[in-house]
Design a protein around this ligand. Structure first.
Ligand code: GLP
Length: 243
């Protein structure tokens, strides 16, 4: 694992955007795996700035997102579709037809997961997967479990995740209890992985991800086995890592 240290969120966002920009420049028709949450927002802002300066062209890029809440429509302001549209897609010249997010309104989990797995396979896999890190070590919505989940599946969100994400909803009762998420195997098959981690509240879990045993109880720890992972983290998040 390559760890890039940043002094703060701004620097972290710039460094992460550098990695993504390099990918888009080197392969204009690349497949980017994208993430939601507060961690990548600054990275997306940087990418938008570079697009506005004329340094980045998204017209050939395809995207595939990690996850979506089950039950939320695209126009719900807490859906991950809404997040991606407002934090990135509407600001750059990406072809919306080439963007992919699980369909939270599909009630049939088997059907939606099979559809999404086929989308990923038809795209030829993911060139660069961007990840945030959940407080319990989750990536996408792959929660701590007894085994590493493989492909896209429907998960029951853990109480700690519902608690962490309630800040975005009017009340905790409004937080969906289930989500569709890309599986760990798909994430591991991405050619490159870029994880962004910010803040003191992630220091304990980041130490486990980098230095702890590889275990499905800390889903992101499996990244230790991936041949090309870059973690960009700020000093606060790296405080317990002893690097
Ligand atoms: C959510 C998302 C994850 C994200 C995590 C951390 O649960 N499903 O993909 O990484 O939150 O979010 P944040 O970056 O806001 O801490």
């Amino acid at each position: 694992m390559k760890v890039l240290k940043a002094k703060d969120y701004q620097e972290l966002s710039r460094k992460a955007a550098n990695v993504i920009a390099a990918q888009v420049i080197m392969k204009p028709n690349c497949v980017l795996g994208l993430a939601t949450g507060s961690s990548p927002i600054g990275t997306y802002k940087q990418l938008i700035e570079r697009y506005e300066m004329g340094d980045l062209d998204f017209s050939g890029v395809s995207t595939i997102n990690l996850d979506e809440y089950k039950g939320l429509t695209r126009d719900n302001d807490q859906s991950y579709y809404y997040f991606m549209y407002n934090n990135l897609f509407k600001h750059v010249n990406i072809d919306l037809a080439r963007t992919n997010i699980p369909d939270g309104t599909e009630p049939d989990s088997d059907k939606e997961c099979a559809r999404y797995n086929k989308v990923i396979a038809d795209m030829g896999g993911i060139d660069l997967q961007l990840l945030g890190l959940g407080h319990n070590g989750h990536i996408g919505f792959n929660e701590p479990a007894d085994d590493f989940a493989t492909l896209t599946h429907c998960v029951d969100l853990q109480e700690s995740t519902i608690e962490a994400n309630k800040r975005f909803f009017a009340s905790i009762d409004d937080v969906p209890r289930q989500a569709y998420t890309m599986g760990i195997q798909t994430i591991m098959q991405a050619r490159k992985v870029l994880m962004v981690v910010s803040g003191a509240d992630k220091a304990d879990i980041l130490d486990k991800v980098i230095n702890g045993p590889v275990t499905p109880q800390v889903p992101a720890s499996i990244l230790q086995m991936h041949p090309d992972v870059t973690i960009v983290a700020d000093e606060a998040a790296l405080a317990k890592c002893n690097l």
